[in-house]
Design a protein around this ligand. Sequence first.
Ligand code: SF4
Ligand code: SF4
Ligand code: SF4
Length: 573
Amino acid sequence: MENFLEVVDLKCKGCYRCVSSCPVKAIKIENNKAKIVEDLCISCGNCYRECPHDAIVVRSDLGQVREYIRLNYNVVASLDPFIFSDLSGMNKGQFVTALKQLGFYKVEDMSMASKAVKEFYKGSVNKNGNPPKKKLLMSTYCNCANQMIKKYHEDIVPYLMPSESPMVIHAKYIKEKYGMDTKVIHIGPCISRKVEALEPQNRDYIDKVLTFSQLLSWVYSSIDNISSLDESELDNAVHTEGCVFLDSPCTGSPIGEMTKVDILGIQECDNFINAVYSGEIENVFANVRTCVGGCAGGPDYKTKRGIVTREQKVREYAKEGRFDGKSKELDSIYSNMQIENPLKKIDVPIKKATEDEIKNALAKMGKVTKELELDCGACGYKTCREKAIAICKGMSEPKNCRIYMHDMLNRLSNSIFDISPNYIVIVGEDFKIIDVNDAMQNIMGEPKEKLIGTYIGNYMDIRDFVEVSYSKQDILGKKVRWENYGKDLMENILYVEEKNALVAIMNDNTKDESQKRMIQEMKLRTIDISQNLIEKQMRVAQEIASLLGESTAETKIILTSLKELAIKEKEYY
Ligand code: SF4
Ligand code: SF4
Ligand code: SF4
């Protein structure tokens, strides 16, 4: 199976909602991101509908369809009649014109093929004898229901009608009518048909599958003034009964004698299958579809709103059908097509877990007694045991158990709280102690039990606590000194709104602060010594200077005397 759904990692929050919505648990959470295991998936689209972050997207084949048109292929739209139940503001005729403007060669609905399949149902039971030998027959219109049974309930496969789906029959019919090189684009509310189209036997007939929303967004983004478009007719004759497949009983065949029940939605399918296993089902023809409300609630609609209105609208559209019984076209489809296709089980790689393995997995989640199995569903599995089985199959991990993680984090934070070297105290709005860690009780000199409930002001200055309590503004990184404990601290007081409490975390800075003080004192001492030295040197310099001054004066006197003596000597001679 090729990717028909993709998880956008950037958007995925690892919230487990898709896991819990997946009926066959085909989703793993790895590194906090969802991953669809396609071999296990039955293409119900629940995960796509349920993801609250739009992280799961349906693959779009729009690019290839446009390319077929650009390359001048005859591109034929094969419409599920449900599209006419909600055209977002266009009428049917304008919609057909819009598709032609986009480049579709022909636009047909598949009602005639649905009717042909219904006729095949009737005939195939006749072949098996009248009345039918089987106690149960199940429709195979819904590929998702088929996949669920083929992959997970092989004992029920023999009850499936051995038939192609209307989508496949219509595609075969189009290829026969317009040529094998025609490109058939099925357009429906169903994402499971994208998977069906990719099955090897169908690839030659269905070229691409678009959902209604993919097609309508193309129409609205490409064509202006849709409301002023002329109206065109479909290129086929609409068959009333085929628009609402299996709505009416299969009269005229042994199936008509069976009790017809509509099984709509995964949960109903599940209940029904369990009833089949229990042997209580007798003489039933089941019209099985996995969407709540059938195709009117197909995954492309995303929400379940509007199911009734869509159902009403498709019935109104069905009334416009030109045929209600047999027709030439129907005869041609019915007689020339290979409608029969016995469905076979699909092997899925499911590992069976032994009781010991399950026990081990439970133990890894800390569920060592039955009471610890809370079955809270937060991990996406209904019960702890289901989750343990998923762990054994490699589909989940113990750490995905929210309770286990919560307990582990609690234990971790408790031990961090207890062994932290910081002084931590939690006080209530009445400034009474709620909790203290080991370091705090040691410095306060009282056991924790005695401290809890006592007024914090008995032990320390509470002005900062009062300030945070009234201002609701945290104090972070404030230097304080606890004189009575001889401690220098970096104070952080946080206001915890949800608990109406204050958490004080005091980092002990005493060592740093006393070192700083020591360095400061050393600096001061050094400055003193330097000052003394400078002063001393100044004094010496002054003394030297004065001595130098004296001797210079004496020299000057001697030299002056010598000079005078020399002058006198000259005058004398
Ligand atoms: S629902 Fe699934 S895909 Fe969506 S965000 Fe949550 S884990 Fe991710
Ligand atoms: S499409 Fe359905 S079966 Fe497949 S992963 Fe999603 S929820 Fe599960
Ligand atoms: S009920 Fe219809 S839309 Fe839903 S999965 Fe089945 S065929 Fe598709």
